[in-house]
Design a protein around this ligand. Structure first.
Ligand code: ADP
Length: 254
């Protein structure tokens, strides 16, 4: 929910600020709610857009897809998640002034402190050391997540924000592995992969398709088109690392 609200706020705000505040609010019958307010000074929305916000795949107009990317699915999913938690969401917005989204979620204090991070099995990362990684991803929160993981393990990586940048980076520098988001503005991951494969034959970077697509036939189609493997979103750190290790091992044994 936060990821969706914040990425929209950042995406649609060119000037000014984005503010996130969270607080505990005691409400009727002793029940507590967590309040989350995400406000921005961005482009805002028309009244008509506000009415359609929670409808799947709705965006302000067609040019939004080209300019900002996204699918128009985020808020519809956010709204469903909030409903499942018996919460509420309210959106105030004014064109060219900004948007404020207020979410309330019922909250109950845990009786006993739970460990925050479940224990993880050690993963042998030796095969990934010394490897150069290129990430092509248009969503800045996904980029941030990947950066956090790579920095934690002291991996060497480079970031591209769309297919065109990915092609440029791959031309300028040799990478061992490229994590290629499929749906990106300017140039999608499939086209970028094809160009990199054509231009960069000598080096043969492994190229993984990274996608929210879960349809088996389409995933297989990525392999047909030339990707070495795919990683479906959302993924956690262990799944990402294991997948990368896996493709390097497969390549080594081939
Ligand atoms: P996506 O961002 O993937 O297109 P969302 O469902 O999250 O999908 O948002 C749908 C549409 O709602 C956006 O394309 C945009 O038109 C509008 N929108 C959402 N949040 C904001 C915001 N903070 N400021 C302006 N417009 C917004």
């Amino acid at each position: 929910i936060l990821l969706n609200l914040l990425s929209n706020a950042v995406k649609f705000t060119e000037q000014g600020k984005v503010k996130l505040s969270c607080f505990l609010k005691r409400k009727e019958e002793g029940r507590e709610y967590i309040g989350i307010v995400c406000s921005d000074t961005g482009i805002g929305m028309s009244e008509e857009m506000k009415q359609r916000l929670f409808v799947d795949f709705s965006q302000e107009d067609e040019s939004f897809q080209r300019k900002y990317g996204g699918s128009g699915l985020g808020l519809a999913i956010t709204n469903e998640l909030i409903k499942l938690m018996n919460g509420t969401i309210e959106i105030e917005s004014e064109k060219n002034k900004g948007t404020t989204v207020t979410v309330y979620l019922p909250y109950q204090e845990a009786k006993e402190a739970q460990p925050l991070v479940p224990e993880q099995k050690e993963i042998d990362l030796s095969i990934l050391k010394q490897k150069r990684i290129l990430v092509a991803e248009d969503n800045q929160f996904n980029r941030l997540l990947l950066e956090m993981i790579f920095q934690k393990h002291h991996f060497s990586y480079s970031m591209a924000m769309n297919g065109i940048e990915a092609v440029e980076r791959a031309e300028a520098e040799d990478f061992n592995i490229i994590l290629m988001d499929i749906q990106m503005p300017e140039m999608d991951g499939i086209e970028a992969m094809k160009i990199i494969r054509q231009k960069n034959n000598k080096h043969q970077a492994l190229i993984l398709a990274v996608t929210a697509n879960a349809i088996k036939e389409e995933l297989d189609d990525y392999l047909q088109k030339g990707f070495d493997d795919y990683l479906t979103k959302p993924f956690d750190e262990a799944q990402l690392l294991n997948k990368m290790i896996d493709v390097f091992k497969k390549k080594a044994s081939a």
